[in-house]
Design a protein around this ligand. Structure first.
Ligand SMILES: [Zn+2]
Length: 95
């Protein structure tokens, strides 16, 4: 499987569903990614994992961003996760 990073944020590790984090817990880096083994409507499509600070910095550099594209041929508009500097990607309709 390939992990596509869509976010790297700091979060409290033991917060769970509680509003307040436990005493003594430190913030850690959480990696949000897409696993391309899953289909888009699969609930496991978006996943998270804890990573160390060094790994978090590396992931941030390779992070993908949700952007909107429009095809010049069929005028279809769609959203995709792409690298920061990507300007155009292939149309899923015309391809
Ligand atoms: Zn098109």
């Amino acid at each position: 499987m390939t992990k596509h990073t869509i976010g790297v944020y700091k979060a409290y590790k033991n917060s769970g569903n509680l509003r307040f984090h436990r005493k003594g817990t430190k913030k850690s880096w959480k990696h949000y990614f897409i696993d391309d083994d899953y289909e888009r409507d699969d609930p496991e499509f978006f996943q998270t994992e804890w990573v160390n600070p060094i790994h978090a910095m590396i992931l941030k550099k390779k992070q993908l961003y949700k952007r909107q594209f429009q095809c010049h041929e069929c005028e279809r508009i769609w959203e995709a996760y792409v690298p920061k500097n990507a300007t155009e990607i292939e149309c899923p309709e015309c391809d």
